[in-house]
Ligand binder design. Sequence first.
Ligand code: G3P
Length: 499
Amino acid sequence: MATYIGAIDQGTTSSRFIVFDRTGRIVSVAQKEHEQIYPKPGWVEHDPAEIWRRLEEVISEAMEAKGLRPSDLAAIGITNQRETTVVWNKKTGQAVYNAIVWQDTRVADVLPHFAAHGGQDRYRTKTGLPLTTYFSGLKIRWVLENVPGARAAAEAGDLLFGNIDTFVIWHLSGGVNGGVHVTDVTNASRTQLMNLSTLQWDDEILADFGIPKKMLPEIRSSAEVYANATFAPVAGVPIAGDLGDQQAALFGQACFKPGEAKNTYGTGCFMLMNTGEKAVPSTCGLLTTVGYKIGEKPAVYALEGSIAITGALVQWLRDNLSIIEKSTDIEALARTVNDNGGVYFVPAFSGLYAPYWKDSARGVIAGLTRFVNKGHIARAVLEATAFQVREVVDAMEKDSGIALDNLRTDGGMTVNHLLMQFQSNILNKPVVRPVVLETTALGAAYAAGLAVGFFKDTDELVANWAEDHRWIPSMEQEKRDNLYHFWKKAVTRTFDWVE
Ligand code: G3P
């Protein structure tokens, strides 16, 4: 009998294959980065063929490393960077254009046209999302409008659209030789083309955006068998889970009750709160989205605060300014000073996401004096993450009417004690990290395991969750208020930069 579950985690900067045991512990893992392509300011692309190659490599590596055979895996779950848009030819398997990444702002110029009737929140009631550059719908439209021959081919039924989950499942289940074309409700809820109540594609929005329905995948639940894998190292294993990465982290953190929330610190930061079987509209700048749907059970919704740039700012400091050599060096550099020296760094590189949704904002470093050194900049970079999360937590508490006792965290940046302590200080709440930090991949594994009966129910998953570390607030209220006041002031300096 199979003893493990496999999870594909295809993120913004890298791809991983992780094999978990029944208790959620990692048995084997392999990871590879892929190229970030920046053709113009504000444009971000990935090569979909490279992503699939990297996945083939990491699956093979992780299976070989522990001598695993397909029969050792009960199922495979997929989790992915959300919104990133791929359009490919179903006969050749070739993408007609690079994947347009969620952070890409190229559709900003058409937003006023679509917002002219009904404003930025024109599609909020149906989709839970404001009109902005973030979601997939307008990215698909861009491909159809700008890639020669794409519209005609799409209308002829030759092209398929997929977020990365769909693209991966299609390849994993045979590609041109019978690959299935499916997505799940969580990924579909980020296209701005799915109606949150019906969980189906919305004909009216498709007509507005000019997107032929025949290129869209079938929307399925997050935990069911979609197909069997055909890729040799995992051939025959059921592909049985599919969740966008932030929803997968909610699942992996076992936030199954309304009011339970998690915050993932990655390229960006994404806080999701389970709101149960009710889609709660936001009036404070959050998104309403699908949290998960287990098989035939009703969908569970979530409120989400999305922040585009957090960990990516540390990478920017490393790659664009060479102030640090490795991302992890930031903590030591930030510890060379006692405070931010009056500096605030607002990384509005892709505009501002929650709670502002301002596409025309651009980044600023505010409060510079000759006193400031690179230690202060490093500190301001870390604090930027914590301040942005505070803004989202404030909005979440207002929208949900629930005061969070503590903040459940995961993701790469949670290894940074300076950041986590500052996060706790600026929130005035305990910040908690679980033992298994790979909650995203774990969530996909859990969904797949539930679908094939490897796990009995969600109670079994809740029992797997264990606390690893807790940061307790230790800052005076006056200091907290003062820091947050200047952060808010710095944020206003980013507004309306692009004219
Ligand atoms: O919405 C974008 C999000 O899904 C990306 O997550 O972890 O790949 O940066 P990540």
